[in-house]
Design a protein around this ligand. Structure first.
Ligand SMILES: [Zn+2]
Length: 178
């Protein structure tokens, strides 16, 4: 397996071209000793659900997985909580303002970005809302799409962790109705 840091050639601390593999998680500089651990980036995604058990989804406006279905979400910024990231991303992509979100579960993912494999830890949330009225796609979302939860098909979602999340979310739903 290719080291996740194989594209990192120079030490980010001293700039020496002596940045060698330390182990599968890290590279170390042979000159200054700096060790860089490649930890996953935190990202969030949200199931926005109305009382009719429909979800507000978005169609991806950018690569990767351009044109496929997605949950509103994105990377958490520095100094931001996951809840704040959910609030900001929903506002950016759908124009809606929700403050109440509930954490569900997390999944690891690899997000291909401009030839670089960004390892992420995707945190999934649920927002229960009265209505999707006023939703308008912007930013990374090409359009908003409303679908009943019962009709969701994981393969319509382009990102791997989102496909898994759709499967988990809909199977939990079936469990709770028993
Ligand atoms: Zn160095």
């Amino acid at each position: 397996m290719v080291h996740p840091l194989h594209q990192f050639v120079y030490c980010p601390s001293c700039g020496a071209k002596a940045f060698t593999n330390r182990n599968e998680k890290a590279k170390q500089c042979d000159v200054c000793g700096f060790t860089y651990y490649y930890n996953p980036a935190a990202s969030v995604a949200c199931f926005i659900r109305n009382p009719k058990d429909e979800l507000l989804l978005v169609k991806r406006a950018k690569e990767p997985a351009l044109g496929t279905l997605d949950l509103p979400g994105g990377f958490a910024d520095r100094f931001e909580s996951a809840e704040e990231a959910v609030y900001r991303e929903i506002k950016e992509e759908t124009g809606l303002v929700f403050s109440d979100s509930r954490y569900l579960f997390s999944l690891p993912n690899i997000y291909p970005y401009l030839g670089f494999k960004v390892h992420t830890l995707d945190l999934f949330f649920e927002c229960r809302v009265d209505t999707f009225e006023g939703a308008k796609a912007a930013d990374d979302a090409a359009e908003t799409i409303i679908l009943p939860i019962s009709s969701l098909t994981p393969k319509d979602f382009g990102l791997h962790s989102i496909q898994k999340a759709i499967t988990l979310y809909t199977s939990n739903l079936n469990d709770s109705s028993k």
